[in-house]
Design a protein around this ligand. Structure first.
Ligand code: CTP
Length: 208
């Protein structure tokens, strides 16, 4: 299969030097990319800024902002069989980016934030015969929130994990089906989870 993987955080700039982002290491996405290559798949990795080296053999598209992630994924998705979206997308951006570097005034400032595009929802809307695997990072009401995302983003399954996964070497994931059933559950090092998840995707989603 030819698999699109999104990974790492995105950044939304306040001015030319400051940005909003999150603590995603990109490790889950990079581990899945490595596992997919190991298993003989072609990988197209669209990655926000991370400190990891991409696995040898994958086609890498570095991005920084959510808009760049969106445009790159929309361009590449039609030539892929499916997508695994692990990116920790920065959900808000300043309504207006300041040109240059803002100077301190000695007073509090208020930033007006607007939502960025939901990349996975857009891919889900255009998936046609392709499969779509989302990740849901939850801290409260995890199953209901994950299921809401699965439906909203038109996913074939969603991987539920909690906020302790961010920046960690290990993870615990549950894979939920569109009927809200737990169809797989894995714990351990992200590299090992990635291998198991890839085998699961091959078995359950290939050729849907
Ligand atoms: N995602 C995306 N584009 C966004 C937000 C999320 O492609 N703007 C993708 C993520 O890569 C992940 C899934 O959607 O596969 C769910 O991401 P998550 O951060 O758990 O949820 P959000 O949709 O951002 O919702 P919330 O922040 O309210 O939990």
């Amino acid at each position: 299969m030819r698999i699109l993987i999104t990974a790492g955080p995105t950044r939304e700039y306040i001015d030319d030097v400051r940005f909003l982002s999150n603590a995603s290491s990109g490790r889950m996405g990079y581990s899945i990319a490595a596992a997919a290559i190991e298993r003989g798949h072609e990988v197209v990795l669209v990655s926000g800024p991370v400190e990891l080296s991409p696995p040898a053999g994958c086609e890498v598209h570095p991005v920084e902002t959510t808009d760049q992630l969106r445009q790159t994924c929309l361009d590449l998705f039609p030539r892929c069989d499916g997508v695994i979206a692990t990116a920790a997308v920065c959900d808000y951006r300043p309504r207006q980016k300041v040109v240059g570097k803002m100077t301190k005034t000695g007073q509090p400032i208020v930033l007006e934030l607007v939502e960025t595009s939901d990349v996975l929802a857009e891919l889900g809307n255009r998936k046609e015969h392709r499969w779509v695997v989302g990740f849901a990072l939850e801290s409260q009401d995890p199953r209901n929130n994950a299921m809401r995302k699965l439906r909203m983003k038109n996913c074939d399954c969603i991987v539920l994990n909690d906020t302790s996964a961010i920046s960690s070497l290990t993870n615990h994931i549950e894979v939920l089906s569109p009927d809200a059933e737990t169809i797989a559950e894995y714990s351990g090092r992200k590299e090992d989870i990635a291998r198991q998840l890839m085998m699961f995707i091959e078995k359950v989603l290939r050729g849907i």
